[in-house]
Design a binder for this molecule. Structure first.
Ligand code: PEP
Ligand code: MG
Length: 594
């Protein structure tokens, strides 16, 4: 998503990343890039001194990050993995050793060498299809900036010392900066850069401070002391508002507060419609560390554990033991609730150092996910062994991604049964009844869902990819982002067909794409008969609230109407009007005042 600076002089539109309305004074902080003043060649004799200077800056950076981690407020301690990941980046060979090598081989000063290493890493990250992982370059940048500051001795404003109730306005804030914010003083923040999946956004949500990012020119248009209204639910920022506007936002602020406390109360109740239809609400996770938040938000299990990150995090491929320990811990913490572990969805588009896959012209359609796993049986085997072994420690389900035809399912299942025999002969335990399902995220899989349903225990519809492939829009191309239409009649029909085939075969059908956490989609997904919705944990209270407010019979009537409409816009407009009637708290633009 990109920001669209507003026409009007006094309002700006950015990307909303942490909900809530705040009204307060602007405090500009300078987090602009460290300027490298000197780039120079060094004499052979000075090389070891330059390496030592770089190592000293690394040590200082490590100490600073460690101190930040130790001082982290209790309520965000669970997110200390962000600082851990910065510490890991600091130690990673891509940044540290390649900089040292450059100093030694190219005989250039440390700042220049570091800058070159960072640019090389940035090029690699730019090729990554997955937005979340691609955005992790922000973490690498933040660590590099910290090292640079330590090299240059340049001081920066200590955010922890801000003692006024202000709204921070910055070009960028690193996740580490965010942890420094004195949350009893800082009302929220806005930045020029950043995206929805940045760690800074994750931190703002964890701290529950409203934030808007990607405003592009906030630091240029706002002066210190300006009065600001920031709406973290819509991405609107009003600079020096008039009285009428302030009153309007204050009213909304009050409404939101009431609404938020009312939905928090019900997040641990079942997701059941007023006429008694029960749907299971689960969470999507990427890391083991997210599991606590999953429980806190009232999830009834994990519907999608994206397992790529362990492969991207570790140096080289993770061992079976590492994978096993991770899966076992997730299964144990979540037990007796189920955990659906998806096998590796890595490919030409998602980068890992030890899997050298050729650059592909069209990575989304290249050698990825199950295709890659079947091509590289050793990698697949070690993951399958780890999942099977973890299955005795809780309720584990296994799921294959990117299935395009039955052949892939049969091959993958055959591999699974070979591994079961292997484990038997080694005397290792596993759950013999572990359910095995597939993701339905390629249109061909929808078309043959009747055939697939005879060979698997469940379906999980991945609408992020299904929309990409069905509507031929690159998921990561911002120029066609406007065509990402969950309400396109083709998508609704595909979901309908998959659910119908699942029901005929007596297997459960889940949906784990972004659609599952989109408030407007909920009534339609209920009416389509999905058994389970899996989403980012934060969305759970709101989604449960919607489910508990809308009778299934009413949602079914709406579905009958919606399925006859011809365009995504008609569907969206219709649902918005209906939703406003059923849940009047719905905001003007379709955003809930959460
Ligand atoms: C999907 O494609 O909808 C999905 C849930 O998987 P991912 O976003 O990891 O591709
Ligand atoms: Mg997918």
């Amino acid at each position: 998503m990109t920001a669209h600076p507003s026409e009007s002089k006094d309002t700006m539109q950015g990307i909303p990343v942490s909900p809530g309305i705040i009204i307060g004074k602007a405090h500009l902080v300078d987090r602009s890039r460290v300027k490298i003043l000197y780039q120079y060649l060094i004499d052979e004799k000075l090389v070891s001194g330059e390496v030592e200077r770089f190592e000293k800056a690394i040590r200082m950076t490590e100490q600073q990050l460690q101190t930040l981690k130790n001082k982290m407020p209790e309520n965000v301690k669970e997110h200390s993995f962000i600082l851990d990941s910065h510490l890991m980046i600091l130690k990673d060979s891509m940044l540290r050793e390649s900089t040292m090598r450059r100093i030694k081989e190219e005989k250039i000063n440390a700042e220049w060498a570091l800058k070159k290493s960072f640019h090389e890493i940035r090029k690699i990250f730019a090729q990554i299809d997955d937005e979340y992982i691609r955005n992790r370059i922000q973490d690498v940048e933040s660590v590099s900036e910290r090292i640079l500051r330590n090299l240059s001795g340049e001081a920066q404003e200590n955010l922890a010392e801000i003692r006024e109730r202000v709204i921070i306005v910055a070009h960028d804030l690193s996740p580490a900066d965010t942890t420094e914010l004195n949350i009893s003083k800082v009302m929220g923040f806005i930045t020029d850069v950043g995206g929805q999946t940045s760690h800074t956004a994750i931190m703002a949500q964890a701290l529950e401070i409203p934030a808007v990012v990607g405003l592009e020119s906030a630091t240029a248009r706002i002066s210190d002391g300006d009065l600001l209204i920031v709406d973290g639910s819509t991405g609107e920022v009003v600079i020096n508002p008039d009285d009428a506007e302030i009153i309007r936002y204050q009213e909304r602020q009050l409404q939101q507060k009431k609404y938020k406390s009312s939905i928090a109360r019900i997040s641990h109740l079942p997701a059941e419609t007023p006429d008694g239809y029960r749907i299971s609400i689960k969470a999507n996770i990427e890391f083991l560390e997210e599991v606590t938040a999953v429980r806190d938000h009232g999830a009834e299990g994990i519907g999608l554990y994206r397992t790529e990150f362990l492969y991207l995090r570790s140096k080289g491929l993770p061992t079976e033991e590492e994978l096993f320990n991770d899966y076992r811990e997730v299964a144990e913490i979540m037990a007796p609730e189920p955990v659906t572990i998806r096998t590796l969805d890595l490919g030409g588009d998602k980068f890992t150092s030890d899997l050298q896959i050729a650059n592909e012209m069209n990575p989304a359609m290249g050698l990825r996910a199950i295709r890659l796993c079947l091509r590289e049986p050793a990698i697949f085997k070690s993951q399958l062994r780890a999942i099977l072994r973890a299955s005795t420690f809780g309720r584990v389900q296994l799921m294959f991604p990117m299935i395009s035809g039955l052949q892939e399912v049969l091959q993958a299942k055959e591999m699974l049964s070979t591994i079961r025999k292997e484990l038997d002969s080694e005397g290792l335990l596993y759950d013999e009844n572990m359910p095995v399902g597939v993701m339905i995220e390629i249109p061909s899989a929808v078309t043959i869902s009747d055939l697939l349903s005879r060979h698997v225990d469940f379906f999980s519809i991945g609408t992020n990819d299904l929309i990409q492939y069905a509507l031929a829009i690159d998921r990561v191309n911002e120029h066609v982002a406007y065509m990402y239409q969950p309400f396109h009649p083709a998508i609704l029909r595909m979901i309908q067909q998959t659910v119908q085939e699942g029901k005929k075969a007596g297997i459960k059908v889940s949906l784990c794409g972004e659609m599952a956490g989109d408030p407007l989609c909920i009534p339609i997904l209920l009416a389509l008969g999905l058994d389970e919705l899996s989403m980012t944990a934060r969305s759970i209270p709101l989604v449960k609230n919607i489910v508990r407010a809308i009778p299934l019979a009413q949602a079914q009537q709406d579905l009958e109407r919606v399925i006859q409409l011809s365009t995504a816009k008609e569907v969206r407009d219709y649902l918005l009007t209906r939703m406003k009637k059923m849940i009047p708290e719905l905001g003007e633009k379709g955003f809930f005042p959460a």
